[in-house]
Design a protein. Structure first.
Length: 430
């Protein structure tokens, strides 16, 4: 009787009963330890200090169920630094990284709800942040529609500290109280794709109290980020390109108007199946007037930090004065399991400025060299090693607040960073 009812429902929805049989269960995992030597990572290290050596590990176990009408994912995660917890500890460390269900609503349309990762386009606005030891995920509802070469997503999120019966101030655990976005993408002609995105973030001010009491009503400022990508790829041609443009309006967390922008262009060229080169530039707008009540600096959203503007993350948080990154790189395959890549970055700020000590600095912020080696050990295991060095200028030291006076000339160590990362992804059940 139950089977008959299921078949009837599927016929009404326009699906064939055979979908009931197309069910799969996958249980997989990830064990990813990484050892790092930080000798001037994110900022130059004074000569009086020794470099830091640490090991971190991310452990995940994922369970996925897929059928014709339903797809679910639960991912448990433990992220820690070696030695962070005692050898015998009862502290709970494992949490939920993903827990979502995606259901078919109409042909081509699905509804996905729960804790989930968001990854779009060039990963500047939304990314799972796979390099990060913890990654990035969101609690939200997402409607997805796909027909032929058109895709459209609509997402909505609303955060609270706990279940509430009356409105109270949200102490931000995320950067937003409310967030909604629309993403659209379509192939224009063969090899040319365009995507558009609009994001609305509702943020409360950072004061959180009024006359000694928590706010009883919610008043949110809305920050808007919008723009898109134009991507060209053609397997018959050795060249591919990606152009990115994002703009911001609305109000920031303090109520000031926003007028920022982020622009980027990247061109890749394949000389052969084993050698390729890349050339590009990233621009993040800066603010040259702190008293006009307008935030002209671009506010970063929830994209990946490590993939842009240098692996040493000197400008992970862009200067108020903005950032320009000009880069060039090469990548080569030694064999099917071993590959090498190197990238050189040249950094400038959009405007000259002053640091927290009121010391002036110019636009030249130095340069960086990043080298990475990847080796596929077997089906489940990959080894990655990297080394980076930063060529700091006097402007770098001032911008990083290391120089405290006009006569200060501190001795620093040569900024460099190295790591070895082992990624093991076993499949326990398939």
């Amino acid at each position: 009787m139950k089977t008959t009812i299921k078949r009837l429902i599927l016929c009404i929805l326009g699906f064939t009963p055979s979908i009931l049989l197309a069910q799969t269960v996958v249980i997989d995992g990830e064990i990813r330890p990484r050892v790092e030597v930080r000798d001037g990572f994110t900022r130059p290290l004074l000569d009086t200090n020794d470099p830091g050596v640490s090991a971190v590990q991310r452990t995940r176990i994922g369970m996925n169920f897929t059928s014709g009408l339903l797809n679910t994912q639960i991912t448990l995660q433990d992220a820690r630094t070696f030695g962070q917890n005692p050898n015998a500890s009862g502290d709970a460390t494992t949490g939920i990284f993903e827990a979502w269900a995606e259901m078919v609503l109409v042909p081509g349309g699905t509804f996905k709800i729960g804790r989930q990762t968001l990854t779009y386009d060039d990963k500047r606005l939304f990314s799972a942040s796979t390099w990060s030891n913890t990654g990035t995920s969101h609690d939200m509802a997402l409607f997805k529609y796909c027909v032929n070469d058109f895709q459209g997503h609509i997402g909505v999120a609303y955060n609270n500290n706990s279940i509430i019966s009356t409105e109270t101030y949200y102490t931000p655990k995320s950067n937003y109280r409310y967030m909604g976005f629309v993403w659209l993408t379509k192939d224009i002609v063969n090899g040319l794709n365009v995507s558009l995105i609009g994001v609305d973030e509702g943020v409360q001010d950072t004061i959180g109290t009024k006359n000694g009491a928590n706010y009883l009503k919610t008043s949110m400022y809305h920050a808007y980020t919008y723009g898109g990508n134009l991507k060209f790829t053609d397997p018959a041609l050795p060249i591919s390109a990606l152009a990115t443009a994002y703009f911001q309006g609305g109000k920031n967390i303090s109520g000031s108007k926003m007028n920022g922008s982020q622009l980027a262009i990247n061109i890749d060229y394949k000389f052969s199946t084993i050698l390729s080169a890349t050339l590009g530039s990233n621009y993040i707008s800066g603010d040259n007037n702190a008293t006009d009540g307008i935030q002209s600096g671009f506010k970063k959203l929830y994209g990946t930090d490590h993939s842009f503007n240098g692996s040493m993350e000197y400008w992970k948080v862009p200067l108020v004065q903005g950032l320009l990154d000009y880069y060039a790189g090469v990548a080569g395959k030694i064999n099917k399991d071993l590959s090498l890549e190197g990238t050189f970055h040249l950094f400038n700020s959009e405007y000259s400025g002053k640091n927290k000590k009121n010391i002036a600095f110019g636009k030249d912020l130095g340069s960086e060299l990043d080298l990475v080696v990847n080796y596929k050990l077997n089906t489940w295991t990959n080894i990655q090693a990297g080394w980076s060095t930063y060529f700091a200028t006097n402007n770098t030291l001032v911008a990083k607040d290391i120089i405290a006076s006009s006569t200060d000339n501190p001795a620093i160590r040569t900024p460099q960073w190295a790591y070895v990362m082992l990624t093991i992804k076993p499949v326990f059940l398939h």
